[in-house]
Design a protein around this ligand. Structure first.
Ligand SMILES: Nc1ncnc2c1ncn2[C@@H]1O[C@H](COP(=O)(O)OP(=O)(O)OP(=O)(O)O)[C@@H](O)[C@H]1O
Ligand SMILES: [Mg+2]
Length: 220
């Protein structure tokens, strides 16, 4: 969740779904709750076009905010893990999904503007939790990190999060071409052709998924 367009929400969903679905004992459901349907329409469309076959996780969509909570309840019955992709807007849909969540992930690029948008998402999650009289576990995920250099903005963003006591994933999603290729080719990270760059992206994805799973398990 983040109102910031392009901060990496859909990519994070695909990375998590890709990494978790390498465990054949787990059934994973992706729910696309963004009216633009990047996953349910664009990604699935690419797969159909290229005849890639069934993905290793289900992808369904619900864009009506009045239906989403019931829909998630239903999906939960048949999946071990449900991952929801949200629109880049902090509306009722985001609140409703947060009420159902074991963990909200707020992706942000290491920039001041993404930090500001992440702040809005954190506020929305906090007030939704207050209204429900529970704390909704939340973690910030830094995305599109430059693998070669640590920028000044990156350092500042991390310092700011840490000094505000905001929980962040210690694994960051690096800026890597394969993360973009998943969408371009309609493939999961593990369906992309093996290259050194894909291997690095997979390692990054697995480390991220491990940390996210550990956070969810610790909250249970
Ligand atoms: N870690 C990454 N490495 C390389 N490219 C990335 C990475 N994360 C995102 N991108 C690219 O940046 C663009 C925006 O990412 P993405 O679609 O995940 O953002 P979003 O938050 O879902 O945006 P929206 O609010 O529009 O739904 C996409 O073209 C995506 O492929
Ligand atoms: Mg998106």
């Amino acid at each position: 969740m983040s109102p910031k367009g392009g901060c990496g929400k859909s990519t994070t969903v695909m990375v998590l779904a890709s990494a978790l679905s390498t465990n054949e004992d787990l059934s994973i459901a992706v729910v696309d709750a963004d009216p633009r349907q990047s996953l349910a329409r664009v990604w699935i469309g690419k797969r159909e076009e290229s005849e890639i076959g069934e993905p290793p996780f289900t992808v369904t969509s619900e864009i009506k905010e009045t239906e989403i909570v019931d829909m998630l309840e239903k999906v939960e019955e048949s999946a071990d893990v449900v991952i929801v992709d949200l629109e880049g807007a902090a509306g009722l849909m985001s609140s409703y999904v947060a009420t159902s969540a074991d963990l909200c992930i707020v992706p942000m690029r290491p920039s001041a503007l993404d930090g500001d948008a992440a702040g809005s998402a954190l506020k929305l999650i906090r007030s939704t939790g207050k209204a429900m009289k529970r704390e909704i576990p939340t973690v910030v995920l830094i995305t599109q990190t430059d693998a070669a250099i640590t920028t000044r903005s990156h350092r500042e963003v991390v310092e700011e999060l840490d000094s505000a006591g905001i929980r962040r994933c210690s694994v960051e999603l690096m800026k890597r071409a394969p993360f973009e290729r998943m969408m371009a080719e309609g493939k999961t990270l593990f369906e992309l052709a093996d290259t050194e760059s894909v291997a690095k992206a997979r390692e990054n994805a697995k480390a991220m998924a491990r940390e996210i799973v550990a956070i969810v398990e610790a909250n249970h």
